[in-house]
Ligand binder design. Structure first.
Ligand code: FES
Ligand SMILES: [Fe+2]
Length: 350
């Protein structure tokens, strides 16, 4: 079975939104082909419900939050956090007047949502992202992009860092491809792809973090992927022969949530261990990161999807595979196996 075309892994957490996006003003968002409304109750708890009133199918996200419930804008039915109707201004509250509610957790500055079996929605299965909570050592800026492409094309892009030298002139020079060391391997269901560039000239991006940048340094770009589409990228540079902990670390987190087979919510967080507590630098870094993802990666990935047409199945089109594609192929295989295993277990259930 292909991992694409709407066959998504279900028993796992996905990012539904950044914490700051969710308030008492309802937010409608398509996630895994479902219309979902997210809101905070007046007490601050996060709620995720099917974004469709069962009466005349109006999106509840057009309504308003009252206490811990949401009121439909059309005829005033109100639904509580577990999806049951708690108020019907036109008659009795019938048992069948309810909508789907989804488990959520707020952690690491994100709202996570679970679309699989609710009894399996264990918070301990959230991806581990400790850097986002080490605020004295790292500052992160965050953003979200809507990419008109299948989420596995975005995963491919991130796991294949050989594109950096060509697509991102501010991040590396094309001549730097030579002389780099590369390794990749798998640890259980995690794919790891590491690149080192010893004694290489510093990129425009790396120079931002030094008061007096050295002319060259030892660079690294180490990425980890775990299903369904969580990526952690450790980019850093030290003085030649220097220790990692004394150098510049600019880790980034990339969390992909399919909206549909052809659209992806791309949540990113770009961190650094230099120039902390500097809001002007935050703004500069946010603009640079957003510009790179939006005008370089997103542009190419959307053009790639347009070229593939109405297919989310890249492999059926027999692409030429180069050596740097190996980690992405490994991730595609793992995800496909996980989705098949989940579907098989589901169909075996009594
Ligand atoms: S459509 Fe929601 S109450 Fe009528
Ligand atoms: Fe990129």
């Amino acid at each position: 079975m292909l991992a694409s075309n709407g066959n998504f892994l279900k028993d796992c957490w996905y990012v539904a939104a950044m914490s700051q996006e969710v308030s008492t003003k309802p937010l409608g968002r398509t996630l895994l082909e479902r219309a979902v409304v997210l809101f905070r109750t007046e007490e601050g708890a996060v709620v995720a419900l099917n974004d469709r009133c069962p009466h005349r199918f109006v999106p509840l996200s057009l309504g308003k939050v009252i206490g811990s419930s949401i009121q439909c804008t059309y005829h005033g039915l109100r639904f509580g956090p577990n999806g049951s109707c708690i108020h019907n201004p036109h008659g009795k509250v019938a048992q069948r007047l309810r909508i789907d509610a989804y488990p959520t957790i707020e952690r690491y500055g994100y709202i996570w949502i679970w679309f699989g079996d609710p009894s399996k929605s264990d918070p301990s299965t959230l991806p581990n992202m400790p850097l986002l909570e080490r605020e004295e050592e790292f500052t992160f800026v965050r953003g979200v992009l809507s990419v008109n492409a299948n989420y596995e094309l975005v995963t491919d892009n991130l796991l294949d860092l050989s594109h950096i030298e060509y697509l991102h002139p501010a991040l590396a020079r094309a001549e730097g491809v030579e002389g780099q060391k590369v390794e990749f391997f798998r640890e259980n269901d995690t794919v790891i792809a590491n690149r080192w560039k010893p004694n290489n000239s510093l990129s425009t991006f790396a120079r931002l973090f030094w008061d007096c940048p050295p002319s060259s340094g030892d660079g690294r770009a180490n990425i980890r992927w775990q299903p369904p589409a969580f990526l952690y990228l450790d980019i850093g540079v030290t003085e030649v022969g220097g220790k990692v902990e004394e150098g510049v670390c600019t880790p980034s987190i990339h969390l992909l949530t399919p909206a549909t087979p052809f659209r992806t919510h791309y949540f990113w967080a770009q961190g650094r261990n230099r120039r902390l507590n500097d809001s002007e630098f935050d703004r500069k870094l946010w603009e640079m990161t957003d510009r790179i993802f939006r005008t370089e990666d997103k542009l190419v990935i959307e053009a790639q999807q347009a070229s593939l047409g109405e297919s989310a199945d890249l492999l059926s089109m027999r692409p030429l595979l180069l050596e740097p594609d190996a980690p992405a192929m490994m991730a595609r295989r793992i995800l496909s196996q996980r989705i098949s295993a989940e579907a098989a277990a589901e169909s075996a259930e009594p």
